[in-house]
Design a protein around this ligand. Structure first.
Ligand code: GH3
Ligand code: MG
Length: 328
């Protein structure tokens, strides 16, 4: 561990250096003034602070900047505040010592410097410094771990809102967003639309092409329907097995029907062969649409139930089509 001796007297500097060397401390640097010490530490070049100094032994009485002032400056500097400072005083004048401790000095040695005293003080100061270093390293490690944890948590919360197969929002996220959009619609008075989409004869599709192909089909259709949605507030979610739900905030019936039609065309364009379908030679979907003003429509679940009813109608009217919920 490196020790910096700051003393304007060359004799005093050399004596302390020799005594330290005698006790096995080899890494010693010396400075004749506080300014020189600051330069050595790299204090004036914030970008290249190379301070590897673990202890500063500094004379109190020095020309220009004295030991106490220098100590104050070191302690106010983030990079040096943890380096212990032992001041050397000509006497153990209480006032001087008080000022030194107030400036942040950790300990003091009186002149003439005695070997045993110097050794004891230096050992205990270096021990404290190594504790501080260890604590700082642990803290830095902790900060890193916390940052990683925060990142992992964000990823986890992102993943927990997605459907594992299709990558679109899952039912949980839909419930969460729908609640927000419903309340927003109640406040704004804008209409809110819900679309329910279900694949036609999907059971036959699985039976014919296998479950894996069925999964691929779900992925393709989710992506195709998702691409149709353009507004930032629009959301498509996987509601259940082969059923998708779409929220269209601030959208009335005309807009919702237009979106539903575009989705039907997008599914058509996917042109996924379905030889077992009874309505086409490719995969088709049925869509139920419901729109309303949240404030007038009563309960949030009603709009969803209405879209579901409309979907049922679409199925019963022959599939591969859109049905709008009609009251009564
Ligand atoms: P309909 O036209 O009336 O909707 O008929 P359908 O066969 O599509 O409807 P039904 O409810 O009888 O069958 C739905 C099928 O969807 C059965 C089920 O195995 C399949 N399914 C649900 N979830 C998944 C999934 O994650 N992957 C695959 N491959 N199939 C799924
Ligand atoms: Mg189906």
């Amino acid at each position: 561990m490196a020790i910096l001796i700051v003393d304007d007297s060359p004799d005093s500097r050399n004596l302390i250096k020799r005594l330290l060397e005698k006790n096995g401390f080899a890494d010693i640097v010396t400075a004749g003034t506080a300014t020189e010490a600051f330069l050595l530490l790299g204090m004036n070049q914030p970008t290249q602070i190379t301070s590897q100094v673990d202890l500063i032994i500094m004379d109190v009485i020095m020309p220009d900047i004295d030991g106490i002032e220098a100590c104050l400056k070191l302690k106010s500097h983030e990079s040096f505040k943890d380096i212990p400072v032992i001041v050397i005083t000509g006497n153990d004048n209480v006032k001087t010592l008080d000022r030194a401790f107030a400036a942040g000095a950790m300990d003091f040695i009186t002149k003439p410097v005695k070997q045993l005293e110097l050794k004891a003080r230096v050992y205990s100061a270096l021990k404290i410094k190594s504790e501080i270093d260890r604590r700082k390293a642990r803290e830095a490690e902790l900060v890193k771990v916390l940052a990683k944890l925060e990142k992992a948590n964000k990823e986890l919360s992102r993943l927990s809102s997605l459907d594992g197969l299709t990558g679109i929002a899952n039912r949980r996220h839909f419930d969460y967003i729908y609640d927000i959009e419903w309340r927003r619609a109640v406040k704004s008075g804008y209409e809110l639309s819900v679309l329910f989409l279900d694949i036609d004869f999907f059971k036959y599709y699985n039976d014919t092409y296998g479950h894996q192909e069925g999964d691929e089909c779900l992925k393709k259709l989710a992506a195709a329907a998702g691409r149709v949605l353009e507004r930032p507030g629009d959301l498509i979610a996987r509601y259940g097995g082969e059923e998708f739900v779409i929220i269209l905030p601030e959208t009335g019936l005309d807009g919702a029907i237009s979106v539903a039609r575009t989705i039907l065309r997008a599914v058509e364009k996917c042109n996924i062969p379905h030889s077992a379908s009874q309505v086409a030679d490719h995969v088709t979907v049925s869509i139920g649409v419901s729109s309303g003003q949240a404030a007038l429509n009563g309960k949030p679940q009603e709009l969803i139930a209405q879209a579901d009813k409309a979907l049922y109608e679409a199925k019963h009217s022959g599939r591969n089509q859109i049905k709008v919920f009609q009251a009564g």
